[in-house]
Design a protein around this ligand. Structure first.
Ligand SMILES: *Cc1c(COP(=O)(O)O)cnc(C)c1O
Length: 360
């Protein structure tokens, strides 16, 4: 058996140790004689798995006690609607940063429920940076401020948490959650789809401060009401049990590795060496303002795009797959989430250097 290094933006690689553990436990979880996906979500075995997953996530992210951790479904895209439904609380307007394709989708959905004030936009410059703080137009009366910490398609990442004063801050952390420590107490709400940096698709995590639950827009579906989900320990209906089990294994893997501080050092090293290889090549280019380059999604183009197909075919031969950029931007994208071993990045860099030698 040979595993590839998969640079997919999501669903993405999972840690091999996690997959191996899931394989060992596949037919018989902990003496239960069942796979976890065969268990009742209300039985004591599965409840112990769910409780452990929540406790481990709380530990790994240092989530304060006055926050609820919700394990939901519907992806980050469902939260684009659930957030205004739960957080408008009588207000008519919300603030959104527009830094890329995911921001745009969040904005389009929010507009169905409220006025959206664009705090700042980098669309004019092709979404290659985060607008300078001096240009931000924050509305002190906004219900909340929303931003996309890491734009998965453009490979652009905020370098710090925006200061929004007293206005509650909401973040789409889908593609950068767990990549490094983050101060949860700065946020009213954090959300993330699992399939980038947490586990399999089908699970969505919402971390919400207690005082932001329980006052929804009229007509909010029961399933979208954070209070209903919190009161039912995310089991108002059947949760995505297998995805939650695997996410729990990922949280344990992170703990074993030394937590998010240790993870951050590895991620920073991986990203820095890949960007350095691009910048020093004279053959590849990354268009993103260096201050805002993503640690997780490294985009690059070949100066001669007629070589793209050769580049991708050779990479595949070398066991380096899914490097094609998003259809909306072209070029290449290497997603190097937590589960991408440093060895995978090293092999990509040497493949890129060999490719230059052959084609220069
Ligand atoms: C992938 C992604 C989404 C959409 O996630 P789904 O779970 O597919 O709905 C939203 N925001 C960001 C930043 C993403 O990377």
């Amino acid at each position: 058996m040979s595993r590839v290094f998969n640079f997919s933006a999501g669903p993405a690689m999972l840690p091999e140790a996690v997959l191996q553990r899931a394989q060992q436990e596949f037919l018989d979880w902990n003496g239960s004689g069942m796979n976890t996906m065969e268990m009742s979500h209300r039985g004591k075995e599965f409840l112990s798995i769910a409780n452990q997953a929540e406790a481990d996530l709380r530990e790994v992210m240092a989530i304060p006690d006055n926050y609820q951790v919700l394990f939901l479904q519907g992806g980050a895209s469902t939260q684009f609607a659930a957030i205004p439904m739960n957080l408008l609380r009588g207000k008519k307007s919300a603030d959104y940063f527009n830094t890329g394709q995911w921001s745009k989708k969040a904005i389009a959905e929010a507009k169905r429920y409220c006025d959206v004030n664009i705090v700042a936009s980098s669309e004019e410059d092709g979404f290659n940076s985060v607008p300078d703080k001096a240009s931000w137009n924050l509305n002190p009366d906004a219900a909340y401020v929303h931003y996309t910490a890491n734009e998965t398609i453009g490979g652009v990442e905020f370098d710090s948490i925006p200061d929004t004063g007293d206005v509650p801050l909401v973040v789409d952390l889908s593609s950068t959650i767990l990549s490094r420590p983050i101060d949860v107490s700065k946020f009213a709400l954090i959300y993330a789809g699992a399939q980038k940096n947490i586990g399999p698709a089908g699970l969505t995590i919402v971390i919400v401060r207690d005082d932001f639950i329980g006052d929804t827009l009229p007509g909010t579906p029961t399933m979208f009401d954070y209070k209903v989900q919190a009161d039912n320990d995310s089991m108002y209906n059947t949760p995505p049990t297998y995805a939650l089990y695997l996410a729990g294994l990922v949280f344990q893997w992170l703990k074993d590795l030394g937590g998010l501080t240790a993870m951050a050092l590895i991620n920073q090293r991986k990203a820095e060496k890949l960007y350095a290889a691009i910048d020093n090549s004279g053959f590849y280019q990354n268009p993103v303002d260096p201050q805002y380059r993503s640690w997780m999604n490294v985009t690059f183009t070949l100066n001669d795009s007629s070589l793209d197909a050769d580049f991708l075919a050779g990479a595949k031969q070398a066991g380096l797959i899914t490097l094609k950029g998003h259809r909306s931007v072209g070029g290449m994208r290497a997603s190097i989430y937590n589960a991408m071993p440093e060895e995978g990045v090293d092999q990509l860099i040497s493949y890129m250097q060999d490719f230059v030698a052959k084609n220069n």
